[in-house]
Design a protein around this ligand. Sequence first.
Ligand code: ATP
Length: 502
Amino acid sequence: MDAIVALAKRRGFIFQSSEIYGGLNGFFDYGPLGVELKKNIRDCWWADMVRRRDDIVGVETSIIMHPKVWEASGHVAGFTDPLVDCKVSKQRYRADQLFFAAVVVTGADGVAKTVGYVSALESEKTTADLQAAAENLKRKKAIQGQLAPVQPKDMTEATPEEIPLIPSPATGEPGSLTEPRAFNMMFETHVGPMRDSSAVAYLRPETAQGMFVDFKNVVDTGRVKLPFGIAQIGKSFRNEITPRNFIFRSREFEQMEMEYFIHPDADWLKCHEEWLAWCQEWLKSIGLPESHLSLHEHPKAKLAFYSRRTVDIMFRYPFGVQELWGIAARSDYDLQQHQKHSGVPQVYFDEATKQKVVPHVIEPAVGVDRILLAVLCAGYAEEDVKDDKGNVEKRTVLRLSPRIAPVKVAVLPLLKNKEALVGRAKELYGKLKRNYAVFYDEAGAIGRRYRRQDEIGTPWCVTIDFDTIEKDGTFTLRERDSMQQKRITEAELFALLAEKVY
Ligand code: ATP
């Protein structure tokens, strides 16, 4: 992860927000290459989800909406995470990410006794951390006997009797952690010149409500027929208690969400399965390897009350397997809520039965930043390669799909002081630039120029050499992953790009 964060900074993908002022926790900026990569992810999603389908239309709704939207949706009352304070260090933790375990030792008398508690923050080795802490505690207290394997629980599962006994991760001492309490993650602001409670509004914590609130507008103007979807890409804001893992969990992020409206009598489970399959295929189409993807079915007992089923597509990040894309069957909850709170019917007239129905919805919701982090993590590699003279050297390579790579082709004249080479290279560069993100580079040895492109994920380099200008006009095409080179004509180059960049 450190290598990826370093590359992201070094090559201008991602910077800390307001870095010269020390940064602001949970906020990030995208640099020149990052912004291209992010835009490509968005554009691919939009093309596949909206433009290439007949049943889905797009909207772009405002970030600040009427505050009643968030009352109706349940966010004002319930968009909370459980928060635990450490009264001594003033640190705050998300209760479901703070783990603890009783330290249980069986003495010579065969009786198992709890001799204390240990705690650890969630990571891919939480259990190991707790076990090590338990062994430490036993040693420190010089307790004889057999230590039992720890049974980790998170702080939402702690009993009132246990809480004072659990050590704070900040101080290592028990007695300072509070009971978990609900913390609302919505960012508040005021609209207009008044600063009182009548002017309170929220930065949206999800884009989805925009689609529900505009449902009637789209039905009345868009000539859509059930089943159909409304999609949106845009910023969302959550005052996360513990933003972490680089851009994985931030306080300002971008979502790509789609609400797929179906008839109340339709087979929602089949539709849910279809979207689950679609989303996995789409992730593969932008280059995420199947081996890094898995599914997590939310247990019935933990489902939001309106959800019939939620399955998350998980991605194996370097810091653990984590949610990438949530696919939820949300019933007709949202439309019913808005109908109730606004007094405006949220119905669709079903021609077949001549009845008004409130459609149900399947919602695939994903974060652009989480996809971007996933493609960086899956694509990053450091390899030993041989140069022309057979010397082994390190190359850093980002294996990004041509669909999303920030630069598609680099155009390189073999020598920068040969006018004919440079002229031909610039001519090709100019032509390619009309349709593709292209980079022109004439500085340094050709091998070094290839390495610079490998590091930013450019799939192809084209070198203009003497054969180009003196013989048949072909170029050397060098492929990033295999490092193979072959001769190619200009027409073949454009055909390759048209096939791979879509
Ligand atoms: P988590 O459990 O990780 O907090 P969530 O289940 O609350 O996520 P949803 O409300 O389902 O997330 O949001 C849909 C998608 O938006 C997530 O799958 C994720 O890709 C993205 N997302 C949610 N919160 C964040 C965040 N703080 N930073 C970046 N992306 C986020």
